[in-house]
Ligand binder design. Sequence first.
Ligand SMILES: [Zn+2]
Length: 455
Amino acid sequence: MPSNSTMTKIVWQYSETLPEETMTFLRGIAADCCKVKNFVYERYSGVKKINSLTPVYTVLNEMRYCGLREQLNLPAVYYELAIADAVTNIKCSWSIVKNKVGEKITANENLSDDDKIYLRTVLKMGSVYAAVLNRQQYEMPRNAVELDIDVKRLNNLLCRLTRRYLTQPKTDAADVFRISPNGYSYKDGAMRIVCRIPRKRISIPLKDTRTFDRQIQVHIKDDFIALAVPIEAKIKKHQDYTNTVYIHMGNQDMFTLSNEHIYGVSLAELTSPETERLAKKNQERRRIYTSYRQNAESGNRQKIENIEANNLGRRKYDSQKEKEKRRTTNYINAEINRMFRIEKPACIVITKPVTKNKTKLYSKSNNRKLTRNFRGYIRERLAYKCQINAIELVEINSKGTGKICSSCKAEGKRQGKEFICENCGLKTTIALNSAKNIQQKYIEKSKGSYVQNWE
Ligand SMILES: [Zn+2]
């Protein structure tokens, strides 16, 4: 990996709590962007338009004069990005179609080798494929001229397969939109974004003072917004990062290393009061719903309005949930960074996630705990941070790493957090035993002296 390469990363920025009026405005913009996208899908995802998607400027130009923007009264800084996004999605669905058609061609035993060469060539050449689909004249591709094929039959097949897999995209995601750099500016710690009235801007106070100059994705929450900003991040190669680190990812502590260091101590405690709180809140909310239904049936207007004003108890619940989630993710990221600084890894070895169908065995509350305790998030952040720090991340199969004694390889006993081996008398934690097993398994594997212990 060259040390000067870059990758795109997303940084998040959050607004303060926003007045309902601002939220209504933002939801309106998102809803209109959604309409624009669906309009573009309807107009440009068909076979006839396959050739007019690149460059996107062609579509933008047509859309500029179709009257939709004026009809919606949607500022261009939102309108044009909604169009560009829709076109990207259409192109993406075209490449999915081409892939599927290609697979069908490969699997079709009624086609000769010449047939397949022709069909694949056409699929690869955008303009020829477009001409075939639209029954237009085209120049036979050079490497197909000599082939012994029935062109008409093959073209019909191509049209039929394409029709089978081509679908018109549709969106109903009205809680997100993008804004271009000329659609916002900053003043006094607030972002000021273009609104529907010319030369007027709406102020969005932010939680921090970072400023950006690129396309930003706006995610609308209950009473605030989250801004996703794509940033070019340099991949940093650390000359002094030379160690190999073996990590057990736990349910209590986040990482236990085979060298006995622990990072993300008691992550479970940070998240499990949250789990309990959520269960209680859910109970409370069910009570509010019931009361709402009863009052609706007996026609108690005043009571209904009160409950509605509090969004059925949902608003406060969501913003607290969001706050706690952020506190936990901050802790996770800080601990991964701290681990890098201290351990200086060139390579990190962890186990692959355990298969999903196993989760079915857990009880409901256990399941909720598992999904809430951020394992997916931790893996994702670890993978990402490894990538930008040029650290190799290896995932090995977890088989055997949990139950075998890391000292004598007999099967041990697991009691709570403890691991006890009756064979050799080892007494340690499940997490540390597992981390040491990961280390041994990986080393044996790379030496090629892999034995049956791990089966
Ligand atoms: Zn033992």
